[in-house]
Design a protein around this ligand. Sequence first.
Ligand SMILES: [Zn+2]
Length: 197
Amino acid sequence: MTAERCLECGETAVEERVAPFVVERGGKTATIQDRRMVCSACGNVSYRGAQVSAHELAVAEAVREMDGLLSARELAAIRDKYRLKQTDMEQMLSTGPKTWTRWERGKVPQSKAADRFIRAIAGDPYLARRLMRAAGVVNAEAEAMFAEIERDARRVAEAMVRAELRQQGFLDDERVGRIATAKAFEAVHGGMEAKAA
Ligand SMILES: [Zn+2]
């Protein structure tokens, strides 16, 4: 790359460099690597074009990490896991329009309260579904995903009950099947109700 003229000292000595940048936050520090323009004559540092945006994003990500918040990518992954839309999340969390969109874009971090709530949803599909319905969100793809998650949970619960019954000596397949189905239903729905209480 050919050097460019420096706006500070006028020398033709400005080149793009990848260098560390230290981010400070509440007594903690993190080092990010970013691209920027550096003048080898006077040492002046500047960011231009896409470098500005990349720098801001990297700083925001480092700050989120130091604050113990989910990253923008993690937010997108949680939303996608349930096939929810950005507007659905905004409705579910009672935030203003475009709030989730901004969080997911990366430059604006979510609050700690929202972060805690999102983590709870991420770990609990039944809570996510209840919240979706309570917020009046209509999303057929998400409903189908929740139904699939529930089927999977029941299948796992059933398999566990079956294995346990066999171990206890219930060898009648039909009887084992009936009990396992009932117990699995209870396990999945009992769990949902316990969370509702
Ligand atoms: Zn210079």
